[in-house]
Each structure stands twice: as structure tokens, then as C-alpha cells.
Design a protein around this ligand. Structure first.
Ligand SMILES: Nc1nc2c(c(=O)[nH]1)N[C@H]1C(S)=C(S)[C@@H](COP(=O)(O)OP(=O)(O)OC[C@H]3O[C@@H](n4cnc5c(N)ncnc54)[C@H](O)[C@@H]3O)O[C@H]1N2
Ligand code: MOO
Length: 500
């Protein structure tokens, strides 16, 4: 079967996504929304200050009560602000009714009014002491807000009243400053226009707005948005349960290869890789080459998808095909015209239960993972098919006469002349120091995208050295691809963007 048909067959193998389930927010990471994310509240849910400063009412200068901390984030902020008055306000605090706008702390200064009576004592700027409880008076101009520190820098210590510490919330600061306390003035020609530095209620969304579509992957950012929008739990598509069966008597699970035996490279690789594709991996089991054991494992499993490795060919201990026949499985894909990986297969064990047979050669297994497993898992978990990415090749890639080739590549910006060294003679197939070295090129970049795909060496079916240094696999059509031609790239989950 042609490679693209095999992928399409895997994507169509299931009728639709698995059933939705409800998950607490932290558990929903990596799943897919089963329904649109709809705002449960306006965001912001109240008019709030975008800056630390002062809420002001009407044109300035404004009368302001000193001391206390003003209105903080989390206060109900319901005490109205009278015309001609100001009150300190923190970023995120609800603005008092009557607020015209917010003057940033760096755009205003407080001027103390002359002392009015003997009880003022001359150090609290005419507060009368009783009003600013807890402000630790006696150190004028050194308060903790912008006005206080500005006063200090400007040498106006004698004119700025203390602006209060973190203690002693003042009742009345939002509505009734003591007359004659102090006045707030703008500096540097700044003005306050209506709505200035106020985040209006509903600016980001209104309750009921659709924030994200069903099928959106739940990323950390989505968790944050869902929490902001009022969610404690999300309805998401159940993760496909995947079981990995590693076949092969020749495999060792620790130490050095010895006595004709080799290390299992697929057991450690597939579980984490499958998780990045949205699977819940229920277990990785090493079964050896035993048809009975394999048959029992396949028939007893309740996984949505079984992934086997090895044993797909027709050798004396290749048991996958005979076990599938014995189990009455329907083989949907039996070999694919792709190199490496042509013996890969996909079978339906029962409605809703599938088996993907990955060839034993490690890069061939990766090929099967991206050709059959990924589309199947996307369909089961409700994700849209992978969007194709196309990148020009930094050099020609030889092709198979009839089959598609998948070749590990690394994307790189820079001159095409740099690319041949990335292919030959260097470990991992990359020129020494090529990653991050040198200035970003302003020209010689590929087809408007600014980067090119450099095919890597060590791309034989039994090798992982190329893919371990790669950030994608280039799809090379039968017959090959020329230098500079556009190639589809299957991005690896850890692709972080092109390198220089
Ligand atoms: N007569 C033919 N023989 C083979 C053909 C063919 O067309 N005609 N195709 C070759 C290709 S291509 C591949 S790929 C393999 C596929 O074989 P199996 O899926 O049956 O895999 P095994 O024979 O079990 O193993 C192949 C190779 O990979 C090594 N291996 C297996 N598992 C692991 C593992 N977990 N970690 C590391 N290496 C593993 C195994 O030792 C073998 O060297 O068939 C070819 N033969
Ligand atoms: O599947 Mo094999 O590893 O194509 O060469």
C-alpha cells in the first residue's frame, strides 16, 4: 500500500474519538477538549486597574487621603470615589464606582498640604494621626508606593506625606479623604483620559463566548485560560490506552551487547514517544519470541491499541502474522511502500481495538510509529490530522525506485553551502558547531521560509543515530528529491524551530 494511503487508512480505522470524560484541571493536560471551551464569566469579571497608581475621579489635581494601602487586588472596591478625589490602587484591584481613570504611580506625585493645627505634629502631613492608623508616620516621603519613592528621589521628602505601609487598611480611603490631607498631581504632562489604564469588564470575553473549539489540545496555557474562565474540570476525550509488546529473544535490557545479543532500543523509546502523541501507556512488556505468549497477551489485553515491535516479517520466529490470523483479526494494512519500515502492519482485533505491528529495526519502528500509530492515535483522541509542513531540502535526497523514503533531517537557517558538511563525516550527521553558531543569514534561505532541511547520515533501518540528532523526517518520494525542492516534513514532537 502506498505510504499516504497507509496513513489515511490508519486515520480512518476508527469511527471517531473515544468517549468524553470529566477530568480535574491538572489531570486534563495532554488531552483534547471534547466540547468547546465556553467562558463561564466575563473576563475581566469587573473593571479593574491595569496599573499600580491612583484611581481618580474627574479632572485633577485630586484630593487624596494618605496612609493605608488604598484599594488592593481582592478588595471588593465598592466604596464610591467622589468627584475630585483620588485613592491609591493596585494592579488588578477593582476600580471604585465613580473612577474616571487610573494615574500610574510614576506619572503623579502627592503634595502635602500645610499643617493645619497643633495636633498635626508636622510629620504626617496634616493627617491628624487618627486617620492613617498604622502608617508608621514620622518618615515623610518614604512610603512604599511610587509617589513616596519619587518624592525621595526628587528631594521632596518634606512635602510628601507617608503613603502607608502594608498594614492598617483605612476605612474611608476610597470615599472620604480627610479634607486638607494632600493632593495628587500629574507629572511630566501626563493626563488621565476616561478609562485610562482600566481593564474594562468583559474586555477579553463575555460569559458564554466560545474561547476554544472542541478538538483543541489541552496545553498548560489552556489550563490557565480554563481556570481564569471559571473551570474546575474539563470534559475531554479519553486518552487512548496503549500497551507496548516488545518481541525478540535477542534483546537485553541492561548492560553491554554480548554473545550475539543486543540492547532493546525500542522499549525505552516507545512509551515516552507514545505519551507525546497523547496516549496513556498502560505498560511495556518484553515477551521474547513465543507465539503462545504473544497470542495470550494480544487476546487478554483491554488496550485500545497494542503496539508490537519486531516479528512482522516472515522469519522463523516472526509470530505477529500467525497470531493475528489465529485471533481472527482483520488486517487493514499489511506492508507499506515506505523505507524503512515496509513490513509495518495495522489490524483490527475487535471493534475499537487495534494492533500496530512495528518492524524490529529501530528506525523502521519509528517510521511505523509516524505512519500508522500517530494517525490512529489522533483519530482516537479527537485531534485533527497533523498539518503538513513543507521545507526546501538543503541538498538532494536519493529515493527508492518505488517506495517513499523517510529520512531524518534537521532544519537549519543559513547558506546552503553549509549543508553538505552537515551530511558527511560528522557524528550525528551535523557539522561541528553548526547549531547556534554564526550569524543568522539574511539571504540564501529556503523558499521564503528562511530555513532548509538538511538530510542526516546514519539513516539506515537499524540506526537511531540520525533520528536522535534530527528534528523531523523528510518524506522523499519514489525516485528521490532534488536539492532545493520542497519536501514534506514530519516534525518530531521535540522540534523547537530551526537552528542556525
Ligand atoms: N527475507 C526478507 N527478510 C527481511 C525483509 C524482507 O523484506 N525479506 N525485510 C527486512 C526489513 S526491511 C525489516 S525492517 C525487518 C523486519 O523484521 P521484523 O519486524 O520481523 O523484526 P525482527 O526480525 O524481529 O528484527 C529485525 C531487526 O531489528 C532488531 N530488533 C528487533 N527488536 C529490537 C529492539 N527492541 N531494539 C533493537 N533492535 C531490535 C533485531 O535484532 C533485528 O536485527 O526484516 C528484514 N528482513
Ligand atoms: O523496514 Mo526495513 O527496516 O525497511 O528496512
Amino acid at each position: 500500500m502506498p505510504w499516504s494511503e497507509a496513513r489515511a487508512t490508519a486515520a480512518r480505522a476508527v469511527r471517531g474519538p473515544l468517549a468524553p470524560e470529566v477530568r480535574q484541571l491538572p489531570d486534563a493536560l495532554g488531552t483534547v477538549l471534547a466540547e468547546p471551551l465556553t467562558a463561564l464569566t466575563d473576563l475581566p469579571s469587573f473593571d479593574s486597574s491595569a496599573m499600580d497608581g491612583w484611581a481618580v475621579s474627574g479632572p485633577g489635581p485630586w484630593r487624596i487621603a494618605t496612609g493605608g494601602h488604598g484599594v488592593l487586588a481582592g478588595d471588593d472596591g465598592l466604596v464610591p470615589l467622589e468627584d475630585g478625589h483620588a485613592v491609591r490602587i493596585a494592579t488588578g484591584a477593582r476600580v471604585p464606582p465613580g473612577t474616571t481613570g487610573v494615574l500610574r504611580s510614576e506619572y503623579g506625585e502627592i503634595r502635602r498640604r500645610p499643617a493645619r493645627g497643633p495636633e498635626d505634629g508636622g510629620h504626617t502631613g496634616g493627617n491628624g494621626g487618627g486617620h492613617t492608623g498604622g502608617n508608621g508616620g514620622g518618615h515623610t516621603g518614604t512610603g512604599s508606593d511610587g509617589a513616596g519613592s519619587r518624592g525621595g528621589r526628587d528631594g521632596r521628602d518634606g512635602t510628601n506625606p507617608p503613603t502607608g505601609g502594608p498594614h492598617g487598611p483605612e476605612h474611608g480611603t476610597t470615599g472620604a479623604p480627610a479634607p486638607g490631607d494632600a493632593s495628587l498631581h500629574t507629572t511630566g504632562g501626563h493626563t488621565v483620559v476616561p478609562g485610562q489604564d482600566i481593564r474594562p469588564r468583559g474586555q477579553e470575553c463575555r460569559s458564554g463566548d466560545r474561547l476554544l473549539a472542541a478538538g483543541t489540545a489541552v496545553t498548560p496555557a489552556v489550563l490557565g485560560l480554563a481556570a481564569a474562565a471559571g473551570y474546575d474540570e474539563l470534559r475531554t476525550v479519553r486518552r487512548p490506552r496503549v500497551e507496548v509488546l516488545v518481541l525478540g529473544d535477542e534483546l537485553l535490557h541492561s548492560g553491554l551487547p554480548r554473545d550475539g545479543r543486543i540492547r532493546d532500543a525500542l522499549g525505552p523509546m516507545l512509551g515516552p514517544w507514545l505519551e507525546t502523541l497523547g496516549a496513556e501507556v498502560t505498560g511495556t512488556y518484553r515477551l521474547g519470541d513465543d507465539a503462545e505468549v504473544l497470542h495470550t497477551a494480544v487476546t487478554a489485553s483491554d488496550a485500545d491499541v497494542i503496539v508490537t515491535t519486531g516479528g512482522t516479517a516472515a522469519g522463523p520466529v516472526d509470530h505477529v502474522h500467525p497470531v493475528l490470523r489465529r485471533s481472527g483479526a482483520e488486517v487493514l494494512v499489511d506492508g507499506v511502500a515506505v523505507r524503512p519500515g515496509h513490513p509495518m502492519l495495522l489490524a483490527r482485533l475487535a471493534p475499537g481495538r487495534h494492533l500496530v505491528g512495528l518492524p524490529g529495526n529501530p528506525l523502521a519502528a519509528v517510521s511505523g510509529l509516524l505512519t500508522l500509530v500517530e494517525p490512529l492515535l489522533r483519530a482516537l483522541s479527537g485531534r485533527a490530522p497533523r498539518a503538513a509542513a513543507y521545507v526546501p531540502l538543503a541538498e538532494g535526497a536519493p529515493g527508492h525506485p518505488r517506495d517513499t523514503r523517510l529520512v531524518p533531517v534537521v532544519r537549519r537557517t543559513g547558506t546552503p553551502a553549509a549543508s553538505p558538511s552537515g551530511r558527511s563525516g560528522h557524528p550525528g550527521g551535523r557539522a561541528p558547531g553548526s547549531r547556534g553558531a554564526g550569524a543568522r543569514s539574511s539571504g540564501n534561505t529556503g523558499a521564503g521560509t528562511g530555513h532548509r532541511a538538511v538530510p542526516l547520515r546514519f539513516n539506515g533501518p537499524a540506526m537511531l543515530r540520525g533520528i536522535a540528532a534530527a528534528d523531523g523526517l523528510a518524506v522523499v518520494p519514489p525516485g528521490g528529491a532534488e536539492d532545493g525542492s520542497m519536501a514534506e516534513i514530519l516534525e518530531l514532537p521535540w522540534f523547537e524551530g530551526e537552528t542556525e
